[in-house]
Write a protein that binds this ligand. Structure first.
Ligand SMILES: [Ca+2]
Ligand SMILES: [Ca+2]
Ligand SMILES: [Ca+2]
Ligand SMILES: [Ca+2]
Length: 264
């Protein structure tokens, strides 16, 4: 007796499955690409058509403490050191006209914002070419609508390309780290670490430059970042191919020490 055999088209189902999987993957990939393309679109906006000339110095930070990030520009040729208030915190406009921090020229490649003297208002740290590292003390009026600035010298003789602020020794006061660059005949293999020694209330801090024996040597180059890489609560220093693990001891004799950690 002839008995009809029911054969499942396994091969056909397999091919269909492969087509489905590949199609799904391509659709997913295209959707992701489209989403990324949409996310990564940028609009160029002119903030100031008459900005300081050769704006080597660029920085961001909340100068007026309204929760909105403001911009800072330092002119090398002219225009001085200025800040642009983010108007979202006041008028609702994007950016307010620049306000001058320092009319001097020669501002170089980095600007940082932080409350150096712990009075509750952010200050500014920057440097000029060929030499000079400064912090600018902010003084606000009672209504906190107008600010004046006083230039304070950290090191009049150092030449830098990068600067960062962090409380390296855990005493609650911001310290300053700087580095030059390997190009243009300069050397970027030295870290300049200035530990802040806060003054009595109302007076300015002093700065202690750590000696070469207290700071590990680093490779030549440029660029600088500070972050707590190993999450031990102590800020570490990152440069090319190396990070310096902070081991501070906070006691009657405050100290800073580093372990050099090279890239694996
Ligand atoms: Ca602001
Ligand atoms: Ca301050
Ligand atoms: Ca400190
Ligand atoms: Ca750490």
């Amino acid at each position: 007796m002839y008995r009809r055999t029911s054969r499942k088209p396994i091969g056909f189902i397999f091919v269909l499955s492969i087509i489905f999987i590949v199609s799904s993957f391509l659709l997913f990939k295209n959707n992701i690409s489209s989403a990324l393309a949409a996310t990564l679109s940028f609009n160029s906006t002119t903030i100031d058509s008459n900005s300081p000339q050769d704006p080597w110095g660029k920085g961001v930070g909340d100068i007026n403490g309204d929760g909105w990030t403001d911009l800072l520009i330092g002119g090398y040729v002219n225009g001085g050191l200025v800040w642009y208030e983010n108007g979202k915190g006041s008028t609702g406009s994007d950016w307010l006209p620049k306000k001058t921090i320092d009319t001097a020229n020669g501002f170089s490649t980095d600007i940082e914002v932080g409350d150096i003297n712990n009075d509750g208002d952010n200050d500014v740290v920057s440097f000029r070419y060929p030499v000079g590292l400064y912090w600018y003390k902010s003084s606000w009026d009672i209504a906190h609508t107008s600010v004046s600035w006083t230039s304070k010298t950290i090191d009049a003789d150092v030449q830098l390309h990068d600067v960062e602020l962090a409380d390296l020794d855990g005493d609650g006061a911001l310290d300053v780290v700087g580095r030059n660059q390997a190009e243009f005949g300069a050397q970027g293999d030295v870290l300049y670490i200035y530990r802040q020694v806060p003054g009595p209330t109302g007076s300015d801090p002093t700065w202690i430059l750590l000696s070469p024996s207290e700071v590990p040597s680093i490779p030549n180059g440029e660029g600088l970042k500070i972050a707590d890489l190993d999450r031990d609560g102590k800020k570490d220093i990152v440069v090319n191919t190396v990070w310096l693990k902070m081991n501070y001891c906070i006691s009657a004799t405050i100290c800073i020490s580093f372990s050099t950690m090279r890239k694996a």
